[in-house]
Ligand binder design. Structure first.
Ligand SMILES: [Cu+2]
Length: 489
């Protein structure tokens, strides 16, 4: 495994040298020359800055105000640009942003009330934006080829016709998205539906989104991007700060955890203490699940409630990835708490059985640094799966990658259900709606997918972003009203 890993890392650098500096705002080369392979040699791993855990406080990303609250909809403007931010104490880091910092502004939306976001690209490179987990018309989905050139603007319409959920928006510009997301093109989109208000869950300033990422910094605080970094992204960040602390009251909190990293699979624990999971990618679970560890693959979200009333004032609880601290909760003051976690949260929608079962298989060719879905790399001019609108399909996804890599499956447009893992029940916490699922090596996962509503072309891909962006691990489905001999599978 070590040799394979090494081979991939070296292969990754070789591939990356043509692609890695595509973001010229930081390296100073132009996108065109970078794409032509004329950029400077890939950065190598130099000395990293010394990080003292729990030295800085975790910020909560700001909530964005709409520029207009119209008749039945809210309108937002976002300028995508480069800014400097003090992520590491005493050092300035150039990041890409949808607002003012590494984690973009949070949009809080309501189910049934559309949101319009007008975005302007002030980056020196192309970009676009995908609302991850959103049930969105194809022209607002942020298809990898629906790009904003530098200086251009684009309007995205989000109907919000789905239950409340922790969604997020991020860069999805073809090939550039791995580096774009890594450098800060991401933010929370918190959708709330009416049913949630009456459950009594912790809310307001006790409802905290936390984006977990990792990064590779040099001694000056510059973020280094090397394709498939081979373990170089050692610094763990919570809301863009290295292993921070977060003061809390001795009461219940709702935390919305998002794995915003490209490649890291977090194994989150609270030192053996119980955490109550109430939600996953697509919103609330049918009922809460108590766990001491959560596996969170890139792009996945979990919502948990921690009741700090169980601990004395002065207690410090460390949320860790395995044995590496990510974030410390410091119980600092007492407070009244009228929140609760009911025994039942949100029933799952019923799904009919569809006639279609598909097999999707992941493989790779390490020598060429390619990752395949059904033996192919991405082709924007090819439709890989024709799907009938308003049908429900079962997809069996098999990770047959002989190199032993973890892969995941993310489908745009839909929220699916995990049926089983190699015939066994899904993992605890996978009982709700999902848009991203981890498929470990030599295993299969079956999911049930409703393709309701919109027609058009959408992508599905591995959300280990270095695989999809550089290895081609992406494909397309088209939702149509008319399946015929030419487009039927
Ligand atoms: Cu993958």
């Amino acid at each position: 495994m070590l040799n394979r890993r090494r081979a991939l890392t070296l292969g990754g650098v070789a591939v990356g040298s043509a692609l890695m500096s595509a973001y010229s705002g930081i390296s100073g080369t132009s996108e065109a020359s970078a794409m032509a392979g004329m950029d400077s040699p890939p950065p190598t791993a130099g000395p990293e800055p010394k990080i003292t855990p729990f030295a800085v406080r975790m910020p909560v990303p700001p909530t964005q105000r709409p520029v207009a609250v119209g008749d039945g909809m809210d309108v937002y403007h976002q300028t995508i640009r480069v800014v400097d931010e003090e992520m590491l104490p005493g050092l300035r880091t150039s990041v890409y942003t949808y607002g003012s910092g590494f984690v973009g502004p949070t949009i809080r939306a309501r189910s049934g009330r559309p949101v319009i976001v007008r975005r302007t690209n002030r980056l020196p490179v192309r970009t676009n934006t995908h609302l991850h987990g959103g049930h969105v018309p194809a022209d607002s989905d942020g298809h990898p080829m629906a790009l904003m050139e530098p200086g251009e603007s684009r309007t995205y319409c989000y109907p919000n016709e789905q239950p409340g959920a922790t969604l997020w928006y991020h860069d999805h510009a073809h090939v550039l998205e791995a580096e774009g997301v890594y450098r800060g093109l991401h933010g929370f989109y918190l959708l709330e539906s009416e049913d949630e208000r009456y459950l009594g869950l912790p809310s307001g300033c006790y409802d905290i989104p936390i984006m977990l990422t990792d990064a590779h910094f040099d001694a000056n605080g510059k973020m280094i991007f090397i394709t498939d970094d081979g373990g170089g992204r050692k610094t763990l960040l919570a809301n863009g700060r290295p292993q921070p602390y977060f003061p809390v009251a001795a009461r219940r909190y709702r935390f919305r955890l998002l794995n915003g990293s490209n490649m890291r699979i977090f194994r989150l624990n609270l030192g053996g203490q119980v955490m109550t999971q109430i939600g996953s990618d697509g919103g609330l679970l049918p009922e809460p699940v108590e766990q001491t560890e959560f596996v969170l693959a890139p792009a996945e979200r979990i919502e948990i409630v921690i009741d700090f009333a169980r601990y004395r004032r002065g207690t410090k609880l460390v949320l860790a990835d395995g044995d590496r601290p990510v974030l410390r909760f410091d119980v600092q003051w007492e407070e009244e708490d009228y929140s609760r976690v009911p025994d039942t949260l949100r029933p799952l929608p019923r799904l009919s059985d569809g006639p279609t079962d598909r097999q999707i298989t992941f493989t790779s060719n390490l020598k060429e640094h390619k990752f395949f879905i059904d033996g192919k790399t991405y082709d924007a001019n090819r439709i890989d799966a024709w799907v009938e609108r308003n049908s429900t399909e079962i997809w069996r996804i098999t990770n047959a990658d002989a190199a032993g890599f973890q892969h995941s499956m993310h489908l745009h447009l839909v929220q699916f259900r995990v049926l089983d893992r190699d015939g066994a029940p899904p993992w605890p916490g996978e009982s709700g709606l999902k848009d991203t699922v981890l498929v470990p090596p030599n295993t299969s996962v079956r999911i049930k997918i409703p393709f309701d509503g919109y027609r058009g072309v959408y992508v599905y891909h591995c959300h280990m972003l270095d695989h999809s962006a550089f290895g081609g691990m992406m494909a397309q489905f088209q939702v149509t009203d008319y399946l015929n001999e030419s487009n039927e599978r």
